[in-house]
Design a protein around this ligand. Structure first.
Ligand SMILES: NC(=O)c1ccc[n+]([C@@H]2O[C@H](COP(=O)([O-])OP(=O)(O)OC[C@H]3O[C@@H](n4cnc5c(N)ncnc54)[C@H](O)[C@@H]3O)[C@@H](O)[C@H]2O)c1
Length: 255
């Protein structure tokens, strides 16, 4: 797929990794619909990107809102060829915390946003993509989902987050298998630690400690490096149903 013609939907595109993807798609000549729950940041992000970008306020955990947003993006740009799921929440907390056991509702909320939100948008995007004319390889679209290294080595306090991200990684193969019929590839990126507002919200000594745990390069990842990989996944037709760790070889410790 050629990124310069891409019509992308980027959830979580108002901030961090999703925003870097939106910027990169625009820089490559494509068009972008930013889907995000944060109205102010989303509006500003789209305005900064110019007239090939729109913002559609969307809560990815709400099926109707997701379906409506994909329809609006497709109506505005004449289709959808690229779906990047970056919306997510940290949802940290011990199962047996100081304030008592974690309420099931809290766990469910993290799953609802990170996992079910990714499912809902992937489904709505694939449903739209199946209407596209295939390219010479038979491709109609590409989906990239964002897991985390916490899908594989979740730390204490990450039971909900890790479960949600392991679900995202696990869903990749069955989605790719099913969507092979319509020429839509599905890949997953599992980032290590990237310097985004999500990470900047943590105290600096924790950020420094995390950076020092990355074997090489011993620093936090840059959102542009994530965007670079996501755009590569769009272009390489042989990459399908893959989960790629992008983590400088970090393996998270128990705490
Ligand atoms: N930054 C990292 O180190 C890191 C590492 C591994 C995985 N990730 C994952 O990457 C993704 C992006 O993270 P980030 O670091 O850019 O975070 P971020 O907080 O900077 O951006 C997340 C965006 O998602 C939006 N969002 C949250 N809930 C939403 C909802 N229900 N509907 C629509 N939008 C919603 C937020 O408004 C925000 O704009 C997340 O899924 C996160 O779990 C990040």
């Amino acid at each position: 797929m050629d990124i310069s013609n891409a019509i992308a939907i980027v959830s979580g595109g108002a901030s961090g990794l999703g925003n870097a993807v939106a910027r990169r798609v625009i820089a490559e000549g494509g068009r972008v619909a930013i889907l995000d729950v944060n109205e102010e940041q989303g509006t500003n992000a789209a305005a900064e990107l110019g007239n090939r970008a729109i913002f559609i306020q969307t809560d990815v955990s709400d099926e109707q809102q997701v379906n409506d947003a994909v329809a609006t993006a497709a109506d505005t740009f004449g289709g959808v060829t690229f779906c990047v799921n970056c919306a997510g929440i940290l949802g940290a907390g011990r199962v047996l915390g100081r304030e008592g056991p974690m309420p099931g509702e809290y766990f469910a909320k993290v799953i609802q946003v990170n996992l079910i939100g990714t499912f809902l948008l992937s489904k709505a995007a694939a449903n739209q993509m199946q209407n596209n004319e295939p390219n010479e390889e038979g491709e109609r679209g590409v989906i990239v989902n964002t897991a985390s290294v916490a899908a594989f080595e979740g730390q204490v306090g990450q039971a909900a987050y890790s479960a949600s991200k392991a679900g995202v990684a696990g869903m990749g193969l069955p989605l790719a298998r099913e969507f092979s019929r319509i020429g839509v590839r599905v890949n997953t990126v599992a980032p290590g630690i990237f310097l985004t507002p999500m990470m900047e919200s943590m105290p600096e000594h924790i950020q420094d400690s995390l950076a020092s745990q990355v074997p090489f390069p011993s620093r936090l990842g840059r959102p542009e490096e994530f965007a670079d990989l996501v755009v590569y996944l769009y272009g390489n037709v042989m990459l399908n149903a893959e989960t790629i760790r992008q983590d400088g070889a970090i393996r998270m410790q128990p705490k």
